[in-house]
Design a protein. Structure first.
Ligand SMILES: C[S@@+](CC[C@H](N)C(=O)[O-])C[C@H]1O[C@@H](n2cnc3c(N)ncnc32)[C@H](O)[C@@H]1O
Length: 243
């Protein structure tokens, strides 16, 4: 077994997966409201941008990994239409249940699968698009997850990786102050769990920056990777083409 990061702590692989599960078990019921509060609603714009860049076509097959409460899956459902398919997946039952129930309440029925993005139960070349929003950071073996994304894509298919990234240097101090002082307090106040939101801030700091993730995607099998910085690099969208 090897060591990895859980926020700023070094833990073994199994402990990381357990602790990540604990974080999302704990925040699942308050996840959507916390997302809006923490990002001041910006996560909606980042996701809308991702869906616009993806340019899904009628009939496309889309796989949303670490899909949680289903924002991206829901947004892809309309453009792919009745002849396409969007599969909502996550490793965490509590998060996936929130997503599935929320979509059902809106009259949207999507196939849903509880699965680990590092070992996908789908055939090679099954999808036109694979997306992962704010999920890669939590995965133990990011290289395995990226390789799985490449494997399940058709040649010419695209992977969209939306994730926190490295903010522009002049804003770093104020962003750190917000992340380590405001975020955990809001998490404690709204979700009754400050520690999970401290983990969020720490996990962003140890996640690969834009250039490193781009290189990892190339190694994983994406012949071409574009990087879109959003909100001064608070978030970056990496678009990889399997070619
Ligand atoms: C911050 S949430 C993102 C949810 C959703 N994509 C969004 O953007 O709102 C991160 C999600 O990653 C999931 N996750 C963590 N490790 C995973 C893995 N190895 N495979 C699949 N999902 C994973 C968690 O269960 C959690 O639902």
């Amino acid at each position: 077994m090897s060591d990895t990061h859980f926020g700023f702590s070094t833990v073994d692989d199994e402990t990381k997966a357990e602790r990540v599960r604990g974080v999302f078990d704990s925040v699942a019921s308050k996840y959507d409201v916390m997302n809006d509060l923490m990002s001041l609603g910006l996560h909606r714009a980042w996701k809308a941008y991702t869906v616009a860049v993806a340019n899904a076509r009628p009939g496309d097959k889309v796989l949303d990994l670490a899909g949680g409460t289903g924002d991206l899956a829901r947004a892809f459902a309309r453009p792919v239409g009745a002849n396409g398919v969007v599969v909502l997946t996550d490793i965490n039952e509590a998060m996936l249940r929130q997503g599935r129930d929320r979509l059902l309440d809106e009259g949207i029925i999507l196939p849903t699968a509880l699965c680990d993005a590092e070992a996908l139960p789908f055939a090679a070349g099954a999808f036109d698009l694979v997306s992962v929003a704010f999920g890669l950071r939590n995965m133990t073996h990011k290289d395995k997850a990226l390789a799985e994304m490449a494997r399940v894509l058709k040649p010419g298919g695209r992977a969209l990786v939306l994730e926190f990234s490295k903010i522009a240097a002049p804003l770093a101090k104020v962003y750190d102050w917000y992340s380590f002082n405001v975020l955990p307090r809001v998490g404690q106040w709204v979700a009754g769990d400050g520690a999970s939101y401290r983990y969020l801030a720490e996990s962003i700091r140890v996640h690969p920056d834009q250039a490193t993730l781009k290189a990892m995607m190339k190694t994983a099998g994406f012949g071409h990777v574009d990087v879109h910085n959003l909100s001064a690099g608070v978030v970056a969208l990496h678009v990889g083409i399997k070619c």
